[in-house]
Design a protein around this ligand. Sequence first.
Ligand SMILES: [Zn+2]
Length: 174
Amino acid sequence: MRDNTSEQLSDAAGAVHPHDNHALMAVSPGPLGERHWRRVLEARGCRYTAQRGAVYGYLRSVESHPSAEEVYQAVRARVPRISLATVYKALEALEQAGLANKLTYGDGSARYDCREDAHYHLRDVETGAVEDLPTQFDSQLLAKLDPDLARRLEARGIEVTGYRLEVLGRRKPS
Ligand SMILES: [Zn+2]
C-alpha cells in the first residue's frame, strides 16, 4: 500500500519552485549540514560561520520570505546563543554575497528571499506576507510596457539593470 501522506507532502513541496534547480535543496534541508552550507557560502566568497550557515540553511528551507525577526525566532531554536543583531549581520553578509535578496517596503519592514532566479512576488497588503507568484518571468516586460523606455532612460545616462514586479492583494472574507 502506498503512503499517501508522504506522497502529497513531497508533491506539495516539489511544486513550489518548479523551475528552480535548487528546489531539492529547499525541500530537504535535513541531511544538508554545516559542511554543505560552508561550501555554498565559500563558493560565493562569503566567509563561513555557524550562524551564517544556520541563517542561510533556514532561508533555503522556507518559501515564506521571512523578516529578520522571523529568521531569528526560527534559527534560535537550533543555535541558542544567536542574537538578533547577529542574524541581521548574517543576512547582510549573505546579501552582499548575492545569496539573499532584501525586499524592502515603505514602512521600513524588510523580508528576505534566497531564490536566485528572477521571479515576481505577491504581497498581502493586510498581513505583509510575501509569496512567489506562480507565473513565468518575462525579461521583455519593460519593453512591452513602453518600447521606448529603455532608450529614454539611456539618454539620461541610466542603464536599466532589471525590474521588480509585485502584485498586491488581500484575502477576500470567506
Ligand atoms: Zn521570492
